[in-house]
Design a protein around this ligand. Sequence first.
Ligand SMILES: NC(=O)c1ccc[n+]([C@@H]2O[C@H](COP(=O)([O-])OP(=O)(O)OC[C@H]3O[C@@H](n4cnc5c(N)ncnc54)[C@H](O)[C@@H]3O)[C@@H](O)[C@H]2O)c1
Length: 418
Amino acid sequence: MRVVVVGQGYVGLPLAVRAAEVGHQVIGYDVDARRVKSLAAGESYVEDVSCERLGRALALGTYRPSELARDCGGFDVAVVTVPTPLQEGTPDLRHIEESARTLARYLRPGATVVLESTTYPGTTEELFAPILEDGSGLTAGIDFHLGYSPERIDPGNAVWGFQQTPKVVSGVDPASLKAVEAFYGELVDTTVPVRSPKEAELAKLLENTFRHVNIALVNEIAMFARHLDIDVWQAIEAASSKPFGFMKFTPGPGVGGHCLPIDPSYLSWRVQRELGQSFRFVELANDINSHMPEYVTRRVIDALNAKRRSVNGSRVLLLGLAYKKNTGDARESPAVRISQLLLDMGAKVRAADPHVVEDVKVDARLVRVEPTRKELAAADVVVLLTDHDSFDYALVTEHASFVLDCRNRLSGATVEVL
Ligand SMILES: NC(=O)c1ccc[n+]([C@@H]2O[C@H](COP(=O)([O-])OP(=O)(O)OC[C@H]3O[C@@H](n4cnc5c(N)ncnc54)[C@H](O)[C@@H]3O)[C@@H](O)[C@H]2O)c1
C-alpha cells in the first residue's frame, strides 16, 4: 500500500519506518525542510529510530522523506502526526487543519485517513472530517474511511516500543474501523478497537491526565513531607510493595515534554467550553506541577543560605536539561525554567546534558559544560534534574560539595533529596 505519514517527529518517524518495514511504500511528509534533509541523509533525531534502521528503510526505497505536498498523491492510507500545542491555554489546531487541507487535495475514494495527534474529544469528527470533505468533495464513512488512533510512544522506553504497545483504534463507521484496525494490525502486536473516535480521543487524554494528576499528588506530598521530617521516597517505596490498587509515581522538578504540560488542558478546555464547568483535577495538577521549578529554586536558595552564600554570584551546576531521563527532549522541560529563575537572581548557571543537542532552545545565558571533576568541584550547588544513566554518579558524589537530588538517585553526606 502507499502510505503517507504527515509529520516526521517523535510520533511520525517511528510509525513511518515501521510501516516501511512491514512492506508498505511510505512517504514521510514534513513541512520542515531541515528535518527532511536530515532524514534523507539517514540521520535520525528520534531515539526510538536508530540511524541504522532509518538507513535500511531508505536503502530499500520503502521509506522516502519529503517536504513536497505533491508527494502525498495517490495514498491508500494517510496518518497525521502533527503537533497540537496550546496558545495561551487554548488548543491550537492549525497544524491539524493544515494537514487536512493538504490531504484533501489528494484524497481518493476508498482511501483511509487516520488522525494520531493528541487532541480533545470531537476533533476527528467535528474539525478534521469537514476539512477533508470540503476539500475533496467526498464523504467520510461513505467515500473514504476515517478514524482516530492515539499514539502511546514513550521515547527511550526499551521495553515498550511502538510494536509491543497495544494501539487503540477507532473509525467513524464500522467499515472505517475495519480499515484502521487492518492497517495497524500489521504494525503492532495488539489493537484495541473502541466504538467511535471520541472514545479513542478521550482514552488518550485520560491516560495523560491520570499521570499528570498522580505526579502532582506525589509532588505535593513531597513538599509537606519534608517539613514533617518524613522521607517521602521511603514512604513511596513502602506503598509500592502493595501488589494491587497502587501505582508508583515519584516526585520531580516538574513535568515537561509535549504531553503532560499540554494534553490535560485540551480536555479541561473542552469541558469548560461545552459544559461551562471547570475540570478541577487538571487545574490543581497544573498548579502544583507548574510550580515545582520555583520549589526547586527555593531549595537551592535554602542550601546556599545554609552556607551563608547568596544566590547572586554563586555557581550552580544543573545535571540534565531534558524533561525525561535518557532522552534529548527539552521541550517544556522544568530545567529551562529553573535555569531562568536562577540566572535572573544572578547565579552563574552551568548545565550538563549529553543527550540534549547544543542548539536546543534554552536560555542563552546558560553555559553548557561537560560534567567533569573540575566542574563538579567548582559548583556551590549541583542540582540533579534528569537522572540520565550516562552520568557518572560516583564522580558526582565524590567531587560535589553539595547536591540537590531531585530524582533520589544519590546518597551520601553531601546529598539532599527533593
Ligand atoms: N512525543 C511524544 O512522546 C508523544 C506521545 C504521544 C502523542 N504525541 C502527540 O503526537 C503529536 C505529534 O507530536 P510529536 O512529538 O511527534 O511532534 P514533533 O514536533 O516531534 O513532530 C511533528 C512534526 O510535524 C511537522 N508538521 C507540522 N505541521 C505540518 C504540516 N501541516 N504538514 C506536515 N508536517 C507538519 C513538524 O514540522 C514536525 O516535524 C502531538 O499531538 C503530540 O501530543 C506525542
